[in-house]
Design a protein around this ligand. Structure first.
Ligand code: HEM
Length: 276
């Protein structure tokens, strides 16, 4: 339809062959399925925010994995500008992830307490998409795979991820190809900082000829800082919604989360700053 010389969006559509109803938009975004996935277990209004915040963050975890694995592919192809672009897209995803905590920022202990018992033993700690990100960041742990023994597809995927190089492994391999003395080999345990890696980053930041790698170092710090910011906002949401009670996943709650928020990813990029 045209109104005042401006064409308005169409209101009737040619149906796709295999679909009997719904707008093309609804079909593309699978809206019927999407909007059928929220099932509060209580009459508490705040539970819908909790479910949607969880689902939004799960989708963003997947998107972040997509960007970080794109960055890894580019690093393996020695294409640092493409890796920087993927990391930059990732930082925008992280910013949305961090601000998603606003959805839960006002939840009171009374509101959370109204549906918390209905969560049973469910906890975000069991998120396989989050664990996949942790492995990419170098926070690997074989023992956590036990959680997925009853889900063979997830277990197989995470086992492969445990044995595959993480993002930082690919960065260190690039440093080595660029002539820096880094003899790091990817493993299946949590990444531990190494003096030779710190020395390599010092050279990157202080010696000529490494401008591209220095930009990569800064992009990794942008990523690392946002990982910590997400953990800190989680911590604040937990503190506000339930104080220091134990978690539904069985941990001591706040104290356990604080320990993980205090650990830097890509550690030598932080410690090298003492020497710059
Ligand atoms: C105010 C609401 C929330 C509370 C009170 C809360 C509480 C907790 C607690 C106590 C833990 C520690 C493990 C445990 O014993 O359960 C935990 C872990 C975790 N939660 Fe939440 N959570 C909340 C919302 C969310 C949301 C919306 C997500 C998004 C998916 C999420 C994702 C996670 C993840 C990924 C972990 C593991 C963190 C890590 O390994 O460092 N949480 N949560």
């Amino acid at each position: 339809m045209v109104q005042n010389g401006i064409t308005t969006p169409k209101l009737s559509f040619r149906p796709a062959e295999d679909v009997v109803h719904g707008t093309p938009y609804a079909q593309y975004a699978r809206l019927e399925t999407l909007h059928s996935l929220q099932h509060p277990r209580s009459a508490e209004d705040a539970e819908l925010s909790f479910i949607i915040a969880t689902q939004v963050m799960e989708l963003l975890f997947d998107l972040l994995r997509h960007e970080w694995t794109a960055a890894q592919r580019s690093l393996r192809g020695d294409d640092v500008p493409a890796a920087l672009a993927a990391l930059r897209r990732g930082t925008h995803v992280q910013d949305v992830l961090i601000s998603s905590w606003d959805l839960l920022a006002t939840m009171t202990p009374r509101e959370f307490g109204a549906f918390r018992p209905l969560l049973g033993e469910a906890s975000g700690f069991q998120s396989s998409a989050f664990l996949r990100l942790e492995f990419l960041l170098g926070n690997k742990s074989e023992s956590l795979l036990r959680m997925y023994e009853s889900d063979p597809a997830v277990h197989t995927e995470l086992t492969a991820a445990l044995h595959a190089p993480g993002l930082y492994d690919d960065v260190l391999a690039l440093l080595s190809r660029r002539g820096l003395a880094v003899a790091h080999r990817p493993g299946t345990a949590r990444y531990r900082p190494a003096p030779e890696v710190e020395t390599a980053w010092r050279q990157v930041y202080t010696e000529p000829g490494h401008a591209e790698l220095a930009r990569l170092g800064e992009a990794l710090l942008d990523t690392a800082e946002r990982v910590t910011r997400w953990r800190q906002r989680h911590l604040s949401a937990v503190k506000r919604a339930m104080g220091a009670k134990p978690g539904t996943g069985g941990s001591s709650g706040l104290a356990w989360l604080k320990q993980s928020a205090d650990q830097d990813v890509f550690p030598e990029l932080w410690t090298v700053r003492d020497q710059l």
